[in-house]
Design a protein around this ligand. Structure first.
Ligand SMILES: Cc1ncc(C[n+]2csc(CCOP(=O)(O)OP(=O)(O)O)c2C)c(N)n1
Length: 659
């Protein structure tokens, strides 16, 4: 192995040595504990330490690093206290996730580290978001994120690199090419020869380095970072290395040819560097022993403290509360009585514009939302007022942009991500349900992202431009969901969603955009999230609904003046207003839950179940759901009309009334 110390001083080389020795010694200790059954799971980075350590030390202390499962050296190089690190591995409350997530699945803003979720690839776009926030605020910083050769097959890898290239984001994409993804060798993972071949294809500079040479890693990353701070752009660094143990300790290494272990054992990153320093007389045998003793003592002390702390005690209230970043909404009233008639779409636009004025940290991202104004023209004229930095056209990549939103939250920015159609959110699903939704619960990082969802059928747009998919998210703790049905609520709830530091899915029905209007306040105001609205008071029957259902119910009331309908517009689906639901049930005793979404697994099922469980004594008949057919949304208007619940509503109402 060739070490070139260039101008580096003895002290710098010694610091590198101590830093690479520490994760190795921790791992050796972990393997003993594992055999003793005192640690349950371990992903070994033995053989790959030079990459974590060399790259982490090459950055400034406040530059963010996003490590993966083999990057123990990042945590140790950032001086994460060992007692807390071990407590984290053991699921103790004194770890970084209060026992809620395992191993390296945590971040710590104190150490400028954002940890992974198991899905690997989503991490890459989060790095883009952090880098974008730095870029927008003119901080000369780089962000470092890792990927394995296996994880690089994920679509998220492509999306994150492409966004970084197009937006000139100072992100170092460090590819640890260790030849295997679990048991799958590179030959079955990809067809190209080297990851550096991919760089130019994205318009990204790429370098290949010996990932077992800590000095080479350190020097390369230092130089890359220096250049990227001055001239912001991404860089791909492919570090060639080898995984000396199994994917995780329980999974073995039977599939790896023995000669590979023999070959790579000779390239051990710790032994080789140690030998070099001894030869260079930077290190003496005695000093080496002293360093080892010191690290050993630190490890033992950390372990003792961690083992000495009890397992967490479950506190139900705390667990539930921590799903969300703490936030007490103060409903804001308009400053004056001035009102203007606005269509639903204009109310959304109005709210968004006023939120942009109110929050300089708010950034809008979406396909075609800049000069073009978005396909529904919600952001028309925004570029002129706020500039392209804050009104950002994105490449066609929902997953990456949602990940960018989380990264921006790490830097205390707010983002609004516009889905061109709600249907396309499926391409970014994992970022929402795994990353944004769980981040606060896992390690206390809020995700200040609003996802706008132009939703719904009735426009003969077929199965992929018409879906109601709010139930996909309703089942995910950590998210909030709002779904206005009037221009007043559309503006007030959008403002409220943007104010809230939690991830909020904001559903806006396309059919309402230009078909309804209302006088609404000119000033900024908010509507309470989680609060339903009684649209009409009645005594014979309750229709509990939201979105388009509110309009169907109102229309039915006009068509059936002989009955008196209590119409409750939920407005917020997560959380939903149980008190208002109980009140309407108490008023009428007969209930229909109506929604445009398909029947099975729809939100109506949850509401009906809750009513059955909590309001049984108030009921005079079975709670009845009215929803779309359990099919995809069909294209041709006659089929679509049959699909939608509107025409079944009257007959269901009559059945409930005569029960
Ligand atoms: C989306 C997803 N699919 C599958 C897995 C299971 N899994 C975890 S790590 C891993 C292999 C990753 O290989 P690579 O990216 O090369 O990193 P390495 O483990 O070699 O460091 C697999 C298949 C996962 N965690 N997430």
């Amino acid at each position: 192995m060739n070490f070139n110390r260039k101008e580096y001083t003895d002290d710098e080389l010694l610091a590198l040595y101590k830093a690479i020795l520490k994760p190795r010694m921790i791992e050796e200790r972990m393997l003993v504990l594992l055999r003793q059954g005192r640690v349950s799971k371990w992903f070994s980075g033995i053989g790959q330490e030079a990459i974590s350590v060399g790259s982490a030390l090459a950055l400034e202390a406040d530059e963010y690093i996003l490590p993966l499962h083999r990057n123990l050296g990042v945590f140790t190089s950032r001086n994460v206290p060992l007692d807390r690190l071990f407590a984290q591995f053991q699921g103790k409350k004194t770890g970084f996730t209060k026992g809620r997530d395992r191993s390296f699945h945590f971040g710590t803003n104190e150490h400028h580290i954002v940890g992974m979720i198991s899905h690997l690839g989503p991490q890459l776009a989060v790095a883009d978001g952090i880098a974008l926030a730095d870029l927008l605020d003119n901080r000369e910083k780089v962000t470092l994120v890792y990927s394995g050769d296996g994880g690089a097959s994920e679509g998220d890898f492509h999306e994150a690199l492409n966004v970084a290239a197009v937006w000139g984001l100072p992100v170092i994409f460090m590819i640890e090419n260790n030849g295997y993804g679990l048991s799958t060798p590179s030959s079955e993972q990809f067809k190209f020869s080297h990851f550096i071949d991919k760089g130019p294809a994205y318009g990204i500079d790429a370098l290949q380095i010996d990932g077992n040479n800590v000095l080479e890693v350190y020097d390369t990353v230092r130089q890359a970072a220096y250049s990227m701070r001055k001239n912001p752009r991404p860089m791909l660094i492919e570090a060639i290395t080898f995984r000396m143990r199994g994917h995780e300790e329980a999974s073995g290494t039977k599939y790896v040819p023995q000669e590979l272990f023999e070959k790579w054992a000779k390239k051990d990153p710790v032994d080789n560097f140690e030998r070099y320093l001894l030869e260079e007389l930077v290190l003496t045998q005695k000093a080496m022993e002293g360093i080892r003793e010191e690290i050993k003592a630190e490890i033992e002390e950390g372990l003792q403290t961690a083992f000495g702390t009890p397992m967490p005690e479950a506190n139900r209230e705390e667990e539930l509360a921590d799903m969300y970043a703490p936030f007490e909404q103060e409903v804001i009233k308009p400053a004056s009585d001035a009102k203007t008639e606005k269509r639903f779409v204009d109310a959304i636009s109005d709210g968004l514009r006023q939120s942009m004025e109110r929050y300089p940290e708010l950034v809008l991202m979406g396909q075609d939302i800049a000069e073009y104004g978005g396909v529904f023209k919600v952001t028309e004229g925004f570029v002129d007022q706020f500039g392209k930095a804050r009104v950002r056209n994105t490449p066609l990549c929902e997953s990456a942009i949602l990940g960018v939103g989380l990264g921006m939250s790490v830097k205390n920015k707010k983002s609004m991500v516009e889905m061109q159609f709600a249907d396309f959110v499926s391409a970014g699903f994992s970022q929402i349900v795994n990353n944004l939704a769980k981040s606060h619960y896992r390690w206390g990082q809020h995700a200040d992202v609003v996802v706008r969802m132009p939703t719904g059928a009735g426009t003969a747009a077929g199965p992929f431009h018409s879906q109601s998919n709010e139930a996909w998210f309703f089942h995910t703790p950590g998210l909030k969901i709002v779904y206005p049905s009037s221009p007043y609520d559309a503006k007030g709830l959008l403002n409220a969603a943007i104010e809230d530091p939690n991830p909020v899915m904001y559903f806006e029905h396309k059919l309402l955009y230009r078909s309804i209007s209302q006088e609404i306040p000119d000033d900024y105001y908010t509507v309470e999230i989680g609060k339903a609205k009684l649209v009409a008071e009645g005594s014979d029957l309750s229709i509990i609904t939201y979105g388009m259902g509110v309009h169907w119910a109102k229309q039915l009331q006009q068509e059936m003046p002989e009955i008196s309908i209590d119409i409750l517009d939920l407005r917020s689906l997560l959380p939903w207003d149980k008190e208002a639901v109980r009140d309407t049930v108490a008023r009428t005793g007969r209930v229909i839950v109506l929604h445009e979404d398909t029947l099975t697994g729809g939100i109506g099922g949850e509401i009906a179940a809750w009513i059955g469980e909590h309001c049984f004594e108030l009921l005079d008949g079975p709670v009845t759901r009215v929803a779309s057919l359990d099919t995809a949304v069909p294209f041709a208007p006659p089929l679509e009309q049959e699909f939608l619940p509107k025409q079944r509503l009257r007959e269901k109402v009559e059945a409930v009334l005569t029960f």
